[in-house]
Write a protein that binds this ligand. Sequence first.
Ligand code: 3PG
Length: 207
Amino acid sequence: MSKEIEAILALAAPVIPVLTVNRVEDALPLAMALKQGGIRVIEVTLRTDAAMNAIAEMKKIDGLLIGAGTVTREGQLHELLSIGADFAVSPGATPKLLEAGKRVGVPFLPAISSVSDMMQGIELGYRCFKFFPAEAAGGVESLKSFAGPFPDVSFCPTGGITEANFKHYLELPSVLCVGGSWLVPADAINQQDWSRVTQLAQSALGK
Ligand code: 3PG
């Protein structure tokens, strides 16, 4: 499974927009606006009642991979499998969830913020992690320190990443892509300002 999530993150590079969707009717135009801006992989956080249906809607668009974020329970992995979600991301890594992530059949990206967390994941066969909360957990300097003892581990840093700092992360060989909500501000979604969403994506992708 680890290989599969690595391939998804490599496809997502340089950035996965992390979305919080409150209205299912926003899902299609929002995902289309991101696709138009050059985005290929989207993460929808499971923090709203609309999230699962929003993922199912976005899955109707060809050429995009749609995953879920804020996954904290095994039951969510089963639900994501049933709606055809492409991947699942957790803000953490409990032993139970790590084990379920290997078993359920949805490519799974657990998060670590310390070496001990990472070693627990490695023990269960994971080689690819979200680094969360990236800025608060030491940012680029922490990732550089991880690379010494763990040269074959790769990351998607997320949390506090912005247009101003994301390129610093991408310079590290261990970073496959970054994740962030800065690409899709809440007010842009609320105002259904899809052209702004496209512009922010194009800007992040240097287009
Ligand atoms: C996440 O769910 O991965 C983070 O909340 C996204 O972090 P950000 O809002 O700081 O980009």
